[in-house]
Every structure is written in C-alpha cells, then in structure tokens.
Design a protein around this ligand. Structure first.
Ligand SMILES: [Mg+2]
Length: 256
C-alpha cells in the first residue's frame, strides 16, 4: 500500500499557465492506483472549483473539488475549530469569503471576533484603517498565508503578506498565519485525508514552505526541482528532503 500524497501546485503541477512535464501522468497514476491525495496551495483567492477548472484547462481531468485544500479552506477549518459561528471582518476575495460562509461564520464590521486577511487586489486605505481599529479594539488578527509577493506576468505583485505587514506596522500586533510554512496546514490536510503523517508524503518545490512544513508535521518529504529550488539552493538549508526528483513524472508512488 503506497503512502498518501499531499502535493503543492505552483512549480509542481504548473508554472504560470504551463503544465510541467510529467504532471498529467502523475495525476492519472494517483487516480488509477486509488492513492489518497490532496493538492495543497497557499492561494486563498481561488476556490477548489476554480482550481479544478484550471487543471482541466491544462489537460488534467478526473479531479473533484474534494481533491484540493487551499489556505482559505484551512483558515476556515482552523477558525471554526477555535470558535464556531463567530464573526469576522475580511480583507480578501471570493476564496476566503466563501470558505468562511461555508463553516458558518458571518461578516461584521462591528466588534468582530476576528480580522481575517488574504490577498486582495482591491485593498484600500479605508479597509486598512478599519482593520487597524478593529484589531486595536480587540479583534484577533489572522492571515491566510504569509506570501509577500506573487510572481505574475510582467513582474511581482503584492500578496497577503504585504497587507498583513501594513496592518502589523500600524497595530504593533503580529497575525497568526495558517498557510504554509505553518505545519498546521499540513496537519489539516492529513486529517482531511484521514491518514497518519507517518503514512503521508509532502511533495513541493520550496524548501522554506513545503519541505519544512511537511517535515515539522512528521511527514515524508519530496522536493521537485521543477519550480523555484535548484540543487544548489537546496544545500543552503539546515534540513533536507527525504527524496529529490526533477519533476513529479519521475515519482514512483510505491517507492516513497
Ligand atoms: Mg510551489
């Protein structure tokens, strides 16, 4: 019986709008061998349906919404466990809003339990001021993911971490951030699969998020060199992955 798979997406399955060689073969082998798996991403803007449709657009078929866990879903799972049916002021897009609704949260700008921050492309001064005043007033400060920038066509664009930094600067408070590298995200993923971390493998392209998070959650780790990490960069970290592959197409599921 091969181990369950938790797999990063960007730099592993695709890069921008390009499918990585071997990725479709890998996914079809997961499906045909009935290996339990989840795709895990710090992206909190897109829903599981958006991601399923994105992969279909790249030629990967056979997936369902149940095959994905995003930082927005993980944040909603975490907050529901902390305080069911709570209220939140949200900076972010449809991804985080819909996940919070699904777990029974309601949105409020008056004494909310939480201020929840994800990437927002319409972020403005009024939202910044509101978040600062609500946190000053006692609302708990939560971030979906720490990424400062997202590489997009034409250069970088500010991401959730940059908005979190602005609110931190004004409040003097640090957010609790659910997404990678927080091992909580991996723990929520193994729990969703119903598998013990000893029997799960984290596959990703980043040493500072995927590999460290998988290691700290007690999982086997596999680095792929199809994204941001080169063999040289890999040696700069004080920890190493259990396996290294050029891309997911090379992975023999039974040998992990
Ligand atoms: Mg990645």
């Amino acid at each position: 019986m091969s181990k369950s798979i938790i797999c990063d997406m960007d730099g592993v399955i695709y890069r921008g709008k390009q499918l990585i060689p071997g990725a479709n073969d890998f996914v079809q082998r997961l499906l045909s061998t009935q290996t339990p798996f989840l795709f895990l991403t710090n992206n909190a803007e897109q829903t599981a349906l958006d991601l399923k449709l994105k992969l279909e657009g790249l030629g990967i078929s056979g997936l369902t919404e149940e095959n994905f866990i995003t930082a927005a879903m993980a944040t909603a799972m975490f907050l529901k466990a902390q305080k069911p049916a709570a209220t939140a002021y949200v900076i972010g897009g449809g991804g985080i809003m819909s996940e919070l609704y699904k777990v029974g949260f309601s949105l409020s700008e008056t004494n909310p339990d939480y201020v929840v921050v994800a990437k927002s492309t319409s972020f403005n001064f009024e939202q910044l001021k509101k978040a600062v005043r609500l946190i000053d007033g006692g609302a708990k400060f939560i971030g979906t993911n720490p990424d400062m920038i997202d590489p997009v066509e034409g250069g970088n664009e500010p991401a959730a971490g940059t908005i979190l930094a602005a609110i931190s600067a004004a409040t003097g408070k640090r957010p609790y951030i659910v997404g990678k590298p927080n091992a909580l995200m991996m723990t929520l993923a193994t729990r969703k699969l119903g598998v013990h971390p000893d029997n799960a493998v984290m596959i990703g392209d980043r040493m500072d998020t995927d590999i460290v998070g998988g290691m700290e959650a007690g999982m086997t780790t596999a680095l792929v060199l199809s994204g941001v990490t080169t063999p040289e960069i890999m040696t700069h970290f004080p920890y190493k992955p259990d396996h290294v592959f050029n891309n997911v197409g090379e992975i023999d599921l039974a040998a992990l």
